[in-house]
Design a protein around this ligand. Structure first.
Ligand SMILES: NC(=O)C1=CN([C@@H]2O[C@H](COP(=O)(O)OP(=O)(O)OC[C@H]3O[C@@H](n4cnc5c(N)ncnc54)[C@H](O)[C@@H]3O)[C@@H](O)[C@H]2O)C=CC1
Ligand SMILES: CC(C)CC(=O)C(=O)O
Ligand SMILES: [Mg+2]
Length: 350
């Protein structure tokens, strides 16, 4: 019987629909006769919120939960629109999905593909994965402000780190390091964020004892930014919290050829909820509608999606097609559709 992949598709805002259109076409071409791709499109986005007043309700979550897997473009509207102030979409849609579906592993691989130009003069062999915690840290919305708009305003944003949450992502990172080059780096700021830092450091020390073959080290996040620029090849697996992982992975994208190549997966390893794959980038309002966005990050996110589903052959086919496309990209800029179609054609699409 042919395997069916039941995919929930959330194109989102800005360049999101442009890049997911290409990613779905590539996914379909790579699967060929191996599997049927059944996509159900959902409109959740800043645009949908402005039109309907709905961001993402409990019924919407329940409908999404029935799918096997999800692909998201990006969300986020016009930053000047007061109706979208306060991160209402980022929190009420994107983070709500990650939290509700317990996407505690935010997996962000970085690889410098052959012939891709890095802004670094001597990048070396860049091939590492950031395992970013996805459900805790300062992103949980545990904060508030008083006396807003007065000179006496006080604002706080509390970072939540639980032993349960930290230990499970640290274990995932060590397991991953064991399958790769057996090197793990904890990135935090234990010299200042001492309570959370201590929890993370102890979790890593404890888990290290279960993985004697993995060498591990520690870097403060500020120093980590230095090494990502001066010696990115030193990294294999980085494990870090939600905020540091967010920042480091934009930098990781930049050093490996641009944010338009950076893929990610929001993974619920236990399989209780659908995992969600998306490019690292946002909705890029500055280039939206111009067909300038590079769809490669979204396309590489489908590689992570296929690997997550155990469809490794199709994943490798897309990876090979992207590798070949990147190797042959010349200096002439191509449109979103041209890049996507070229990759699809390598996979046998018309
Ligand atoms: N996962 C998501 O849905 C995310 C949403 N956002 C939201 O997206 C909106 C814009 O955020 P920004 O901070 O500007 O980040 P961004 O990632 O959208 O854009 C940063 C810069 O990278 C460029 N860029 C992004 N993707 C590209 C691509 N595929 N090809 C070529 N260039 C690309 C943009 O043109 C821009 O100059 C905000 O509303 C933000 O909250 C931001 C990050 C992630
Ligand atoms: C928009 C944020 C909530 C998320 C983000 O920047 C990211 O996950 O990379
Ligand atoms: Mg980000």
């Amino acid at each position: 019987m042919t395997r069916t992949i039941d995919l929930a598709l959330i194109p989102g805002d800005g360049i999101g629909p442009e890049v997911t259109e290409q990613a779905v076409a590539v996914l379909r071409a790579a699967l060929g006769a191996d599997a049927d791709l059944r996509t159900t499109e959902y409109p959740y986005s800043a645009r949908h919120y402005l039109e309907t007043g709905v961001i993402l309700g409990d019924d919407d979550l329940a409908a999404l939960a029935k799918h096997e897997v999800m692909l998201l473009g990006a969300v986020g509207g016009d930053p000047r629109d007061p109706k979208l102030a306060g991160g209402i979409i980022e929190r009420g849609l994107l983070l709500k999905l990650r939290f509700a579906f317990d996407h505690y592993v935010n997996l962000r691989p970085t690889k410098l593909f052959p012939n891709v130009t890095s802004p670094l003069a001597n990048p070396g062999d860049v091939d590492f994965v950031v395992v970013r915690e996805g459900t805790e840290g300062p992103y949980v919305g545990n904060g508030g402000s008083i006396r807003v708009g007065t000179p006496a305003e006080v604002a706080n944003e509390v970072s939540v780190n639980t032993a349960y949450g930290v230990e499970r992502v640290v274990k995932y990172a060590f397991d991953l390091a064991e399958k790769r080059r057996k090197k793990l780096t904890l990135v935090h700021k234990t010299n200042v964020l001492v309570y959370a830092g201590s929890l993370w450091a102890r979790a890593v020390e404890r888990e290290a004892a279960n993985h004697p073959s993995v060498a591990w080290d520690y870097l403060h996040v500020d120093a980590a930014t230095i090494f990502l620029v001066t010696d990115p090849a030193r990294f294999d697996v980085i494990v870090t919290d939600n905020l540091f992982g967010d920042i480091l992975t934009d930098l990781a994208g930049a050093i490996s050829g641009g944010i338009g190549l950076a893929a990610s997966g929001n993974i619920n390893p236990d399989g209780a909820f659908p995992s969600m794959f998306e490019p690292v980038h946002g909705s890029a309002p500055d280039i939206a509608g111009q067909r300038k966005a590079d769809p490669t990050a979204a396309i590489l996110s489908t590689v992570l999606l296929l690997d997550h589903l155990g469809l490794a052959d199709a994943a490798r086919r897309i990876e090979a097609a992207v590798t070949a496309d990147l190797a042959e990209r010349g200096p002439t800029a191509r449109s979103t559709d041209e890049i996507g179609s070229a990759i699809s054609r390598r996979l046998g699409a018309d």
